[in-house]
Every structure is written in C-alpha cells, then in structure tokens.
Write a protein that binds this ligand. Structure first.
Ligand SMILES: Cc1cc2nc3c(=O)[nH]c(=O)nc-3n(C[C@H](O)[C@H](O)[C@H](O)COP(=O)(O)OP(=O)(O)OC[C@H]3O[C@@H](n4cnc5c(N)ncnc54)[C@H](O)[C@@H]3O)c2cc1C
Length: 379
C-alpha cells in the first residue's frame, strides 16, 4: 500500500520533508505538495531584491522544476483543513491523506499597526520588498527607521541585516551623511540567545552611526507628521520606514481550529499536533524555536524520519533537539553565522562565527545545495 501524504506549504519545511520522503519511499509514496504560489524564494532574497542587488526573476524558483518519485506538486489555495479526517480542501479539489504535514509558514498583518499600510513600507513580503526597490533609491536625506511591529517575527537577524545594508546603500549613493538610521527592536540586544553575535552587531551599528532602540516596537505610523510612535509612547522622526509587520498564522489555519493562542501547538520532540498523524513544522508552530528557514528545514527532516520509521515499522528516531542556525549579513560584503540551541538548557544558547568574506561563499552554497536537492537545479 502506498503511503498517502499531503504536505501543506512548499516553503523550507515542506520542501525538505517532501524531498526526504521521496528519497526514502520512492514508488511507495503518494505525496501531494500544495502551495498557493507558483514559485519559491529564499526569505533572505527579499534583502537582495529590496536593495537592488538581484532582479526578482533571479531569486524566484518555479515549482514546475519539482520532479520527484511519488510526488505531485499542485498550485492551489488551501481553504480548509480537517485534521480528524486528514482531508484538505483547496480551490483545485479535495485531497485525502494518511498523514498530513502542515508547513504553511507565517502570514502578515500590517493593518494591526495603525498607519503602516497607508504610510509605511514593510519588506517581509515579496511585494513589499519589490515596492521598496523603487522607494529606497528616492531616499536621499532624513530619518530612516528599520522597525519591528510585534515581538514574534521571522528571522531575528533580518532587521539588523536591513539596517546594515541600508547603511551600505546610502554610502554607495553618497548620501549617508544626510541621513540617520535607527533600528527599533523588541529585545535588549539584537539576538538574545547569543551575546557574542549581539556584541558584534552592536559594534557594527556603533561604527556606522546606527542607533539601536532596544526593548521597543513600532506601534503606529503617522506619515503626515513624519513620525512613528513606539509602544512606550515615545515618537521618533521618520521619513523612511522599513517595517517588520505583525505576524500571524494563515487564515486557513485559524479557521480550521488548528491554532491555539495564535500558533499551532506541537509536541516539542515529535512535532505532532494534538491530532494523530497530523504534524506541523516551521513558522506556523509554537514549538519554541526561532521562526527561521533553518529551523523549519531541520523540523522537516525530523518529521520525515518519523513518517519513514512508522511506515517501515522501525523504532522511532531521536526527536527534534531545538537546534539550527542561519547566516547573517553584516554589510560591507561580509557574512557571519549564528547557531542556536533552544532546548538543552534553561535558556537558549547561541554560538557565533565571525563575519568574513569567505562566509559569503558558504551562504551561497547553502542556497545552491537547496536548489539542487529540492528542485534538481544546478548553479
Ligand atoms: C527578510 C527575510 C530574511 C530572512 N532571512 C533568513 C535567513 O537568512 N535564513 C533563514 O533560515 N531564514 C530566513 N528568513 C526566514 C525564512 O524565510 C522563514 O522562516 C521560512 O521560510 C519558514 O519556513 P516555513 O516552511 O515554515 O514557511 P514558508 O517558507 O513561509 O512556507 C510556507 C508556504 O505556505 C504557503 N501557504 C500559506 N498559506 C497557504 C494557503 N492557504 N494555501 C496554499 N499555500 C499556502 C506559502 O505560499 C508558503 O510558500 C528570512 C525571512 C525574511 C522575511
């Protein structure tokens, strides 16, 4: 009997679980991979797009490249998930499964920050990054703010990266001395689990005259008065806002009753939801790690190993250990890396690899290997 699996969402987590299941089960697999989009892009490629480092087409990877044994990709909007029946309804039909893997990521709610939709810019959506690609070159003087709007957000280094890359962009255009840059973050230090990378980032901000506004979020935007308001009532002057909008689960997760307190709860080590044979991985969960591609991918590998062991009647593998990491753009052409262990100790702990020019190549190889494994593409 073929194992029927439906993977909901073809992002970091969904692509990894799909790839590993196909490699292990081959013809014994009947897997449908669903996504509303026709292309994948790495989260970090939004930085490349917004700062004009790459054209949009260069970072998009069409799902039509997925040719894996036992796998069908379907571009479809998921409109209902029945976790009891393991039935997924979409605008292209209904899919029944023995096992569901929910990997639908996080959506955004910019409307939760008054004035942001009308008077600010966010760069976390692809459309937002594309818009900023046109807006940033017109900014030649005044106050720029990279600002987080709510404490739980994807890729904790991304706001620091945007501030450092904005500095480089303004220097390259010869207008840096006409501009200020502030970074509004909900944390005392940029990456709380790693004091070492946080110190390196704070040093980089100090060298570049970037102001780190700690323990704060942007709670409103008043474009007419050229200010943003912070959660403690302070106002900061602002002529260009690069916002990290409030995150939320996709609508279908909420309406299907999978979410509790905003996100899908899962068993910390098996990543099973409270519904048998329904797993959830990545940004859509409240597993307690960072919301980041590296963590979503590692969780996909753990779930694939469990599904394979269960299908073969083998002992269950070691569960999820709460570790992963990501590369961090430091500007000036350098990249560092932070790895974090969320589960071993009472507090998350991180290790930092110094930002170097060599690490740029390592980050590039990270993308190249995923393009090859997930899409069969070279280069
Ligand atoms: C600016 C920026 C920089 C980043 N940099 C990094 C980095 O350097 N390293 C790193 O590891 N992470 C980075 N990230 C974070 C990373 O992109 C995410 O954490 C990661 O993509 C999460 O993977 P996921 O599989 O959980 O969800 P996603 O990759 O978001 O995939 C979810 C998929 O579900 C689909 N979907 C949602 N709802 C529906 C529906 N109703 N019907 C059908 N399909 C649906 C979506 O289209 C999407 O393709 C960055 C993010 C941003 C915004």
């Amino acid at each position: 009997m073929k194992l029927r699996v439906v993977v909901l969402g073809a992002g970091f987590g969904g692509l990894e679980v799909t790839t590993l299941l196909s490699e292990a089960l081959g013809e014994n697999l009947d897997l449908v991979l669903l996504d509303r989009n026709d292309t994948f892009y790495f989260g970090y490629s939004k930085l490349d797009v917004m700062f004009g480092r790459k054209p949009a087409d260069a970072v998009k990877i069409p799902y039509q490249h997925i040719h894996k044994t036992g796998v069908r990709f379907a571009q479809a909007m998921i409109t209902n998930i029945d976790p009891h029946a393991k039935r997924v309804t979409t605008d292209k039909g209904v899919f029944d499964a023995d096992v569901l893997v929910v990997a639908l990521g996080a959506d955004y709610a910019p409307e939760k920050t008054p004035g942001l939709v009308e008077g600010g810019n966010e760069y976390y959506s692809f459309a937002g990054a594309m818009k900023l690609r046109e807006v940033i070159p017109t900014f030649t003087h005044g106050h720029a703010i990279v600002g987080v709007c709510a404490p739980s957000f994807k890729c904790p280094p991304a706001p620091s990266e945007a501030a450092l890359l904005l500095h480089d962009d303004l220097v390259a255009r010869g207008v840096r001395e006409n501009c200020t840059i502030s970074l509004v973050m909900p944390f005392h230090i940029p990456i709380p689990p790693s004091p070492a990378i946080s110190k390196a980032l704070l040093d980089a901000f100090a060298e570049r005259n970037i102001t780190y506004v700690k323990d704060s979020v942007v709670s409103a935007v008043d474009a007419a008065r050229h200010v943003v308001r912070l959660n403690d009532g302070r106002e900061l002057p602002c002529d260009l806002l690069l916002a990290i909008p409030t995150h939320r689960v996709p609508d279908v997760v909420e309406t299907s009753g999978l979410a509790v307190d905003g996100w899908i709860p899962v068993h910390k080590h098996t990543l099973e939801t409270r519904f048998p044979n329904v797993y959830a991985i990545g940004d859509v969960t409240s597993v307690g790690t960072a919301k980041s591609g590296g963590f979503a991918e590692t969780q996909g590998a753990v779930v694939a190993a469990e599904i394979i062991a269960s299908y073969r009647g083998e002992p269950m593998p070691a569960g999820y250990d709460g570790t992963s990491g990501c590369y961090v753009e430091f500007g000036d052409g350098r990249v560092g890396r932070v790895d974090v262990d969320f589960f071993s100790g009472p507090q998350p702990t991180g290790t930092f690899r110094d930002a170097t020019l060599e690490m740029v190549q390592e980050k590039k190889e990270f993308g190249t290997t995923r393009r090859a494994r997930w899409f069969g593409l070279s280069g």
